[in-house]
Ligand binder design. Structure first.
Ligand code: ADP
Ligand code: ADP
Length: 226
């Protein structure tokens, strides 16, 4: 599904990534942990084409992402990747349903089909009675689930999540990780999740530990494999 080879990232003399290789298979949940400054966000941003590596390649399906530029890159990213951040970044003036639809409209999909899928996703995520609410009428956990639905709208190959539980209390954080597992089981959804949360990181198929720009260990967690 996703393969990265020998990624490096330098800011003048600062070597933030020092040769990272990573392979993520379909339907796999991979968490990346490590202390602050280890390079986790930089790695995730490069995998998600939000940033470019100094050297190395990222492939998603059979596409070398380094060959995509401009509109083609933006279009590929919107169709094939979903993003979840620490803050939900929902647009305040739009309803939950409209927020979820936006990436589908941008992709040029039929509006009725997008609305139908958005409603289906919100129902699946337990938000059937929250679709017409504006973000500020929703709890933190609900807002983040709307952001998850938005990330899923174009049926992306992979979802990249950067500290998705960073702004949630422990109960909501745990529920969000269980939701990721449910989505993996139901839709074979693939995830890469950067997290500080050492309790939640093992709720994954594989846990990568980063230190000082490298992946220093890789552990099959297998706690969620039924
Ligand atoms: P934030 O989202 O925390 O405001 P960003 O990561 O978006 O910060 O960075 C804002 C700007 O600062 C970007 O241009 C980024 O390249 C730059 N930047 C981020 N971290 C550093 C750093 N450690 N040293 C120098 N520039 C940085
Ligand atoms: P983590 O997510 O593991 O906390 P980051 O990937 O955010 O680590 O940062 C890794 C290192 O790269 C840090 O030392 C950070 O200051 C530095 N860094 C990140 N972005 C920039 C930038 N735009 N310019 C310079 N240094 C940066």
């Amino acid at each position: 599904m996703l393969t990265a080879r020998n990624l490096t990232k330098n800011y003048s003399n600062l070597h933030v990534l020092k040769g990272v290789d990573i392979t993520v298979g379909k339907g796999e949940i991979v968490t990346i942990v490590g202390s602050s400054g280890a390079g986790k966000s930089t790695l995730l941003h490069i995998l998600g084409t939000l940033d470019t590596p100094s050297s190395g390649e990222v492939w998603l399906r059979d596409v070398n992402l380094g060959t995509l530029k401009g509109n083609a890159l933006a279009d590929f990213r919107n169709r094939h990747m979903g993003f979840i951040f620490q803050f939900h970044h929902l647009l305040p003036e739009f309803s939950a349903l409209e927020n979820v639809c936006i990436p589908g409209f941008i992709a040029g999909s039929k509006k009725a089909a997008v609305r139908e899928r958005a409603a289906f996703l919100l129902e699946t995520l337990g938000l059937a009675d929250r679709m017409e609410h504006k973000p500020n009428q929703l709890s933190g956990g609900e807002q983040q689930r709307v952001a998850v639905a938005r990330a899923l709208i174009n049926a992306p190959d992979i979802i990249m999540a950067d500290e998705p539980t960073g702004n949630l209390d422990s109960k909501n954080a745990r529920e969000l990780h269980h939701l990721f597992i449910e989505l993996r089981d139901k839709f074979q959804q693939t995830f890469i999740i950067v997290t500080h949360n050492e309790e939640l990181a093992p709720l994954s198929d594989r846990q990568l530990v980063m230190r000082d720009g490298k992946i220093i260990s890789e552990e099959l967690t297998a706690k969620t494999i039924s």
